[in-house]
Design a binder for this molecule. Structure first.
Ligand SMILES: [Zn+2]
Length: 78
């Protein structure tokens, strides 16, 4: 592996941009590289995907409080 490893906190911060495909190819590769070995962030990616489809199918202005709380708790654990 020649790629730079990024910490979970960086991977999570970029997760949404990754899903939106707005990361530079370099950053995208870093996130993918991280997801390849980090189970926890993989779980978070699945969660973020579900959340996105939820937000896309529901006209809501805000992320539900419990979801937000979960995300915040995840960030604190890093
Ligand atoms: Zn991770």
């Amino acid at each position: 592996m020649t790629e730079r490893a990024i910490p979970c906190s960086d991977a999570v911060k970029q997760l949404w941009d990754y899903l939106d495909k707005v990361l530079s190819p370099e950053d995208q590769a870093l996130v993918e590289g991280h997801l390849a070995f980090c189970r926890r962030c993989c779980g978070e990616l699945e969660f973020a995907k579900e959340l996105r489809s939820f937000l896309a199918s529901n006209v809501v202005d805000e992320i539900p409080a419990d979801v937000k709380e979960r995300l915040e708790r995840f960030m604190e654990e890093l």
